[in-house]
Design a protein around this ligand. Structure first.
Ligand code: ZN
Length: 315
């Protein structure tokens, strides 16, 4: 009897080992056919199609897509939807241009459309955050216009963090960018809450401020065990990706539930309906971020320095 139990236990353990898939997204299969590129990231498919001719090598294009996907994996643990199609349109010039992301319900895939200068280079692509930003959108429901600040805030806030964890940008660059742009997200006299301010600054950077405050508070309440990214994983794994028709409140409630807190919903209530000002100068000081000339230096003795480091490194 004892032996049978032991054999059963060994079988269960073996099965667990076989089924175990590391949470970190990793590229383990790719193949090219014609102008298309196909990737499989831990079971999630990404198909890239190019219309027109790009003057960069297939391997440079592959690197751009896989770097962006892996940066998203640094936040979500994986690519948020089962199938993603990236349609690249070659345009004049050398920059990565306008991009959009949506979900094609009929074909059942996340769809990213992106214009790319045909003379772009590996260097330009390495500096381009666009694809990472668009892929992050696929992890959150496509919410109505008044709540777009949430979706844009998540992508704006998490994109540089994902790329930092890939070693593509430095911590100094990430925080310098946030310190420089965050003031555009604060309410101006006469502004309403974030649900009622459609300006570019309030949508992207107001949303990013919301994410930063939520991230800090989750990390404070859980001694850095969880951060915003864990709540985002909870939303996506609960089904609240771009594939869903969830509304914003549903998504935030699912995120809160997944980490056993109420931070996302509570902060949403504070910032969505009323113009909430945030003392950014004090926040940077608490995090140990100091502006010196055009750059940034870190003060590791600041009260929230350990939180800043955990945001950078992930936990
Ligand atoms: Zn966006």
């Amino acid at each position: 009897m004892y032996l049978r139990k032991l054999v059963l236990l060994a079988l269960v353990l073996a099965l667990l080992l076989v089924c175990y898939e590391p949470v970190q997204a990793r590229l383990y299969s790719e193949r090219a056919s014609g102008n298309n590129l196909e990737f499989l990231f831990a079971g999630q498919k990404v198909l890239v199609t190019v219309s027109g001719k790009l003057n960069i090598s297939q391997s440079d294009l592959r690197a751009y897509v896989s770097d962006a996907a892996l940066a998203v994996g640094k936040i979500y643990g994986q690519i948020p939807v089962k199938r993603t199609v990236i349609r690249i349109e070659a345009t004049d010039g050398h920059e990565v241009g306008f991009a959009t992301s949506t979900y094609d319900d009929e074909a059942d895939y996340g769809l990213i459309e992106i214009s790319m200068g045909r003379d772009t280079s590996r260097e330009t692509l390495n500096q381009s955050w666009t694809l990472t930003h668009e892929m992050l959108h696929l992890g959150f429901p496509i919410v109505e216009r008044s709540k777009r600040w949430l979706a844009e805030g998540i992508a704006t806030y998490e994109e540089p963090i994902g790329r930092l964890r890939m070693g593509m940008v430095s911590a100094e660059e990430v925080w310098e960018d946030l310190v420089r742009h965050a003031p555009a997200g604060l309410p101006k006299p006469g502004d309403g809450g974030l649900n009622n301010s459609g300006s570019w600054g309030r949508t992207y950077w107001g949303g990013a401020i919301y994410c930063l405050l939520v991230d800090i508070e989750i990390r404070q309440q859980t001694a850095n065990r969880y951060g915003l990214e864990h709540a985002l994983r909870g939303i996506a794994s609960g089904g609240g990706t771009a594939r869903s028709n969830w509304n914003a409140r549903q998504a935030l409630a699912a995120g809160d539930k997944s980490i056993g807190l109420d931070v996302l919903t509570r902060r949403y209530r504070e910032m969505a309906h009323e113009p909430k000002s945030v003392d950014l100068a004090n926040l940077w000081k608490q995090l140990g971020i100091k502006k010196v000339g055009t750059g940034i230096v870190f003060d590791d003795s600041a009260p929230l320095a350990n939180i800043r480091k955990a945001i950078e490194a992930g936990s």
